[in-house]
Design a protein around this ligand. Structure first.
Ligand code: FES
Ligand SMILES: [Fe+2]
Length: 368
């Protein structure tokens, strides 16, 4: 499905952020992940659990049931499922049929969020998770913000596309994190296995009043914006400020904001969006002032969330269309190709809403 070839949806044998830690407690919570209902809860010991959210008896949502001990009990006829997905009790009969079980998803709680593996459980390797220590997320010295969450009414790749093409900062976020020269500044590409990176060094940057006030920036500055896309749904990078005239190779930033975005497919046309940031304690003097106005920082995210929702609305009502590709799309198209290659590397799965083999859609942009 757009923007991928027909029939291609999302890679399953990958880690995705499923929830913020604080969202999962003793009450069951339903959340769609890659077009499947999943129920989340915690055991008595506090361990998070993710199970198929549909009871195999009549399909009642386990998210509407209740947690007893370490198990979830269906609210319709009372089947009880343990944390490993095994059915341990049926009120109306003594024998438990072998098929009366639900899938248990590998789930790793790391920092303030939880990573789920929607695919084959035996392939779930925690070593494939992003290195949270290297990112600064689990470093106690870094000044971190708990992740924010939005349900986005648009297919997940639209949000990945948004984060892969930062020229929109100059337009959609013109009065906050933008500045006309983001779009006008050439980006540098880097890539490796499973990731692509965009780096912009903006000399004597046009910094908005919002940036000056919220980040304590004074005087002329150089700015470096970097964002790495670790396919299929994790973006990390930085927004750094330097004294104007700095040498990019050697300068130390006076403000270093690390940025983290996680994008997870929910349904075919909806996704989950988690975002957080951290500030280097070495730039603490300026960090103290950041951000001065949390409400205006939230506006940045809602601008993106609303834009994706509007694109999805037209896709739903007016159908797919042929994009007019621009030079600025080269990076986003590399990101799309990464995800598409991950989907194609997996066998189509029963019940999967779209990973059937399909011909490649060609994107008419020449790589630079
Ligand atoms: S639908 Fe869950 S026990 Fe019947
Ligand atoms: Fe944005």
């Amino acid at each position: 499905m757009y923007p991928f070839a027909a029939g291609l949806y999302a890679p399953r044998n990958r880690w995705y952020v499923a929830a913020r830690s604080a969202e999962v407690g003793r009450a069951p919570m339903e959340r769609f992940i890659l077009n499947e209902p999943v129920v989340f809860y915690r055991t008595e010991a506090g361990d998070p659990v993710a199970l198929d959210g549909r009871c195999p008896h009549r399909g009642y949502p386990l998210g509407k049931g209740r947690v007893e001990g370490d198990a979830v009990v269906c609210g319709y006829h009372g089947l009880r499922f343990e944390a490993d997905g095994r059915c341990s009790h049926i009120p109306s009969q003594a024998i438990v049929p072998p098929k009366a079980r639900v899938k248990a998803y590998p789930l790793v709680e790391l920092w303030d969020w939880m990573w789920i593996w929607p695919g084959e459980p035996e392939l779930a390797d925690p070593a494939l998770l992003p290195d949270h220590q290297a990112l600064g997320l689990t470093d106690p010295n870094w000044i971190k913000r708990p992740p924010l969450y939005w349900t986005v009414e648009g297919r997940y790749q639209l949000l990945n596309d948004n984060l892969l093409d930062l020229t929109h900062l100059s337009v959609l976020h013109a009065d906050t994190i933008g500045g006309g020269d983001v779009a006008a500044t050439e980006e540098r590409h880097e890539e490796g296995p499973g990731w692509v990176r965009s780096v912009r060094w903006i000399s004597d940057a046009t910094v908005t009043d919002w940036v000056r006030k919220s980040r304590g920036i004074e005087g002329a500055v150089d700015r470096e914006i970097m964002l790495t896309f670790a396919a299929p749904g994790f973006h990390f990078g930085h927004d750094r400020y330097y004294p104007a005239g700095s040498d990019p190779a050697t300068a130390a930033p006076m403000l270093d904001i690390r940025i983290f975005h996680a994008v997870t497919p929910a349904t075919l046309t909806r996704c989950h969006y988690f975002a957080s940031s951290a500030v280097d304690p070495a730039t603490f003097e300026l960090s103290r002032k950041y951000p001065a106005d949390p409400a205006s920082a939230l506006k940045i995210f809602t601008e993106d969330v609303d834009a994706i929702g509007e694109i999805e609305r037209l896709l739903g009502q007016a159908g797919e269309f042929d994009e007019v590709p621009l030079r600025a799309d080269v990076h986003a198209l590399r990101g799309r190709r990464l995800v598409e290659a991950m989907i194609r590397a997996e066998p189509p799965q029963a019940g999967d809403a779209g990973n059937a083999a399909a011909p490649h859609r060609t994107h008419g942009v020449a790589a630079t």
